[in-house]
Design a protein around this ligand. Structure first.
Ligand SMILES: Nc1nc2c(ncn2[C@@H]2O[C@H](COP(=O)(O)OP(=O)(O)OP(=O)(O)O)[C@@H](O)[C@H]2O)c(=O)[nH]1
Ligand SMILES: [Zn+2]
Length: 212
């Protein structure tokens, strides 16, 4: 388990800063690349219905991959130190997200469930959903995304522990390739008390699956 966590930490540390725009192609270059892909798919980028498509696709990419220009540090910067006697799990479940796998650049779509045990403070609940999007809106694997979310909350909040469950359907498995629709992939990451104490993991899973 430690080896896996360390792998992800190393992976995260060695990534080029996502905000670094050096070497980024121009908008015109990106639009030309879309025209090439349209031709590769077998259509004519000069026909009426497709004329504005490269522009739209590039604009959509700005939105779908906005995570490269977002920072978990900014999202999690505001910690409320006052917990006023609360010392149990905070769980925010069913956070919807959509991401793109780094293998095919095809969407994977699902939900994240995030819990932490506060120690020195809590964050606004929306920040947990925002931190999901920081990482979801980049190219990656579900495993990496799960680890990155857990590590970010661990690093910035310094809680007694973090537990994350991510469940998603990968369109690269349903729309192409093996063509198995409706398959769920579940990934988890536990730190601190959740990693050390299996009963806390069970409690987390029970709360995630519990009363609706
Ligand atoms: N572990 C992991 N695998 C993923 C994820 N997203 C996609 N994949 C897998 O990435 C693999 C890529 O396999 P390759 O053999 O290199 O590519 P491929 O020929 O397109 O594979 P097929 O999807 O089996 O057709 C596939 O097995 C995908 O199911 C992810 O988030 N995590
Ligand atoms: Zn894929």
């Amino acid at each position: 388990m430690d080896a896996i966590v360390n792998l992800y930490r190393r992976d995260r540390d060695e990534r080029p800063a996502p905000q670094d725009a050096a070497g980024r192609p121009s908008r015109e270059d990106a639009e030309a690349a879309v025209r090439t892909l349209i031709r590769w798919a077998g259509d004519d980028p000069e026909r009426e219905g497709l004329l504005d498509t490269p522009k739209r696709v590039v604009k959509a990419y700005e939105e779908l991959f906005s995570g490269y220009r977002a920072s978990e540090a900014e999202v999690l910067a505001k910690v409320f130190e006052e917990v006023e006697g609360y010392g149990d799990i905070v769980l925010v479940r069913d956070i919807p997200f959509h991401s793109h796998c780094e293998h095919h650049m095809v969407p994977f779509v699902g939900k994240a469930h995030i819990a932490y045990y506060p120690s020195r403070g809590v964050v606004g609940l929306s920040k947990l959903a925002r931190v999901v999007d920081v990482f979801a809106k980049r190219l990656q694997t579900q495993e990496t995304m799960t680890a990155q979310i857990a590590n970010a909350i661990d690093d910035f909040l310094k809680p007694r522990g973090v537990a994350i469950l991510v469940e998603a359907e990968h369109m690269c498995m349903s729309m192409r390739g093996v063509q198995k629709g409706g398959v769920s992939t579940l990934t988890t990451q536990f730190t601190g008390v959740f990693r050390e104490d299996p009963t806390e993991q069970v409690r987390f899973m029970t709360l995630v699956r519990g009363l609706r």
